[in-house]
Design a protein around this ligand. Structure first.
Ligand code: NAD
Ligand code: ZN
Length: 262
């Protein structure tokens, strides 16, 4: 397919997705690392993926965090500081859709806080986020602001109260359970949704990856916005392959026009 044909086709698909979005009763979205890729946050998988450099089983596992917290903080530094991440047009489009009362909820697997920074309010963080952390030894609490300053100095956070290095961010480490309340809310939202946009996720990390299935089982439809067709293309009503930061603003513009009746 020539690039021009491809563009025509993607425009048609965006128009179709916009119609579905504007007429849905309860549309939600489910996002993964791919939506933050254009913000410079590395995804786990793929050629420039973080797995190439850091073994996440080590860096983000509880057992190694106990012995080697600096491995985790090196990884976190690279994820959100060295990358210079800030929200991209994809995050902003979702925030706009929520503000205009089209999109109900953002269910995300990301821990990078970029949806909130873009202005999304109703965000369910299945894997927690770096926003808050607690000292495992004395219970002292930390905000991202405080941690960010320490990480920017290339240091590993040390408790200001008891000097412990075991300051654990409120993210879900490998082998840990997902926060129950957040997971329940996400299940509920997914079941209530008659349309879910699944954006930038390889759908390989469970139980999060099972959430779109709940929408499907309840009779809702799924649209996939992803760099590739993924491993389960058959579950989607519509697949828009490409970059979320390019597709989502066009989708939002178009859906907002339809819902205003322009
Ligand atoms: P993943 O890395 O497994 O898959 C990312 C998907 O996004 C891939 O299918 C890829 O083709 C697609 N993609 C890449 N660039 C894209 C773009 N510009 N536009 C649209 N799609 C694009 O991500 P996952 O499914 O979220 O699973 C990874 C796990 O790792 C999650 O549990 C998440 O918590 C964690 N993680 C989080 C971050 C973050 O917070 N930003 C980053 C890396 C990993
Ligand atoms: Zn402490």
């Amino acid at each position: 397919m020539t690039p021009k044909n491809f563009e025509n086709k993607i425009e048609e698909k965006i128009a179709e997705a916009a119609r579905m979005l504007a007429t849905a009763e309860y549309p939600v979205c489910f996002t993964g690392a791919g939506i933050s890729a254009e913000s410079g946050v590395p995804t786990f998988r793929g050629p420039d993926g973080l797995w190439e450099k850091h073994d996440p089983q080590k860096a983000v596992s509880l057992s190694s965090f106990r012995n080697q917290p600096e491995a985790f903080w090196d990884f976190a530094r690279e994820l959100v500081i060295t990358s210079g991440a800030s929200p991209n047009p994809g995050h902003q489009a979702l925030a706009r859709l929520e503000e205009q009362q089209i999109l109900k909820t953002v269910i995300t697997q990301n821990i990078d806080m970029l949806h909130q920074q873009a202005g999304s309010k109703n965000v369910l963080e299945l894997h927690g986020s770096l926003e808050k952390a607690d000292c495992r030894d004395c219970g002292a609490r930390y905000s991202w602001q405080e941690l960010e300053k320490i990480l920017k100095r290339d240091e590993t956070p040390e408790c200001r109260n008891c000097s412990s290095l075991r300051i654990k961010p409120r993210i879900v480490f490998f082998g840990e359970r997902l926060p129950e309340k957040v997971l329940e809310n996400a299940w509920q939202e997914a079941q209530q949704a008659d349309l879910m946009l699944v954006i930038g996720s390889s759908l390989q990390v469970y139980p999060a990856a099972g959430i779109p299935d709940l929408t499907l089982q309840a009779g809702g439809k799924l649209i996939y916005i992803n760099a590739d067709r993924g491993s389960r293309p058959e579950i989607f009503q519509l697949i828009l392959t490409g970059r979320a930061g390019s597709i989502l603003p066009r989708l939002a513009d178009s859906a907002l026009k339809i819902s205003r009746g322009d």
